[in-house]
Design a protein. Structure first.
Length: 211
C-alpha cells in the first residue's frame, strides 16, 4: 500500500475552501446528533447504535485489507438492521416524535414542568407520611443531575409515573420489591429493590438488612 505524502497538503487545501455556511452546516448536524443521543442514551436503542458502530468499523477495516466478501456481508447486515429499526424500537421512535411535535426536541428530556415536579413531590411526601404512620421503612433516592443508572440497574426496572398508592405498594413488607431502594427520576419511579452502596462498618449485624 503506497503512502500518500501529499495528504497534509490536500487536507490544508480542503480546509481553506470551507466557508461560513459549511461551518454552520457542521454545527447544525452536530447539535442534531447530540439531541438524538440525549433522547436515546437511556433507552435500549443506544445498545443497537453501539452495535452498528462496531459493525461499520469492522467493515471499514475489511475494506482497507480487501476482504470483499466480508465487507459485502457486513454492508447488507447494516442495511437490514436499518430496515428493522422502526419495528424494533417503535416506542422510542414514537416518544422522539412526540418530543418534536411538542417542541421539546431541543430541551432536555430530564427537565420537568413545574406542575409535574410539584405533583411528584406531593406524592412522595404523602407516601412518607403514610409509611411513617405505620412505622414502615422505605428508601427513596431522588435522582438529580447525576444519572444513577449504575444503581438502578441493580434492581427491578419499573419506569412508572409516581403516585402515593404506587409507592406504598412497592414498600409493603415481605413483597419482592420492599427490601431495597426506589430510584426516582423526575416524576417517574425508574427501579425498585435497588442495592445502594453499603457501609464499610463490618461490625454491624447482617440481621439489620440493607436499610
Amino acid at each position: 500500500m503506497a503512502i500518500d505524502f501529499n495528504f497534509p497538503e490536500r487536507l490544508r487545501g480542503l480546509v481553506s475552501t470551507i466557508g461560513f455556511l459549511d461551518y454552520l452546516d457542521i454545527l447544525i448536524v452536530t447539535i442534531l446528533f447530540y439531541q438524538i443521543y440525549q433522547q436515546i442514551h437511556d433507552t435500549r436503542a443506544i445498545t443497537l447504535v453501539k452495535g452498528l458502530m462496531v459493525i461499520v468499523l469492522i467493515k471499514l477495516i475489511c475494506d482497507g485489507i480487501n476482504l470483499h466478501a466480508m465487507s459485502w456481508f457486513l454492508e447488507k447486515s447494516v442495511n437490514w438492521l436499518f430496515v428493522a429499526l422502526p419495528i424494533l424500537f417503535q416506542p422510542e421512535l414514537r416518544r422522539a416524535l412526540e418530543h418534536i411535535g411538542q417542541g421539546q426536541f431541543f430541551t432536555s428530556s430530564s427537565l420537568l414542568k413545574r406542575e409535574d415536579a410539584e405533583a411528584a413531590v406531593g406524592e412522595i411526601v404523602k407516601t412518607a407520611k403514610k409509611l411513617s404512620s405505620t412505622k414502615t421503612g422505605a428508601l427513596m433516592v431522588i435522582e438529580r443531575k447525576m444519572k444513577l443508572n449504575d444503581i438502578s440497574s441493580t434492581g427491578i426496572y419499573i419506569d412508572g409515573i409516581i403516585s402515593s398508592e404506587f409507592l406504598l405498594n412497592v414498600f409493603i413488607v415481605n413483597t419482592p420489591l420492599h427490601d431495597g431502594a426506589a430510584i426516582i427520576r423526575g416524576n417517574r419511579l425508574i427501579s425498585a429493590a435497588c442495592v445502594l452502596p453499603l457501609t464499610e462498618n463490618n461490625t454491624l449485624s447482617t440481621e439489620l438488612g440493607t436499610r
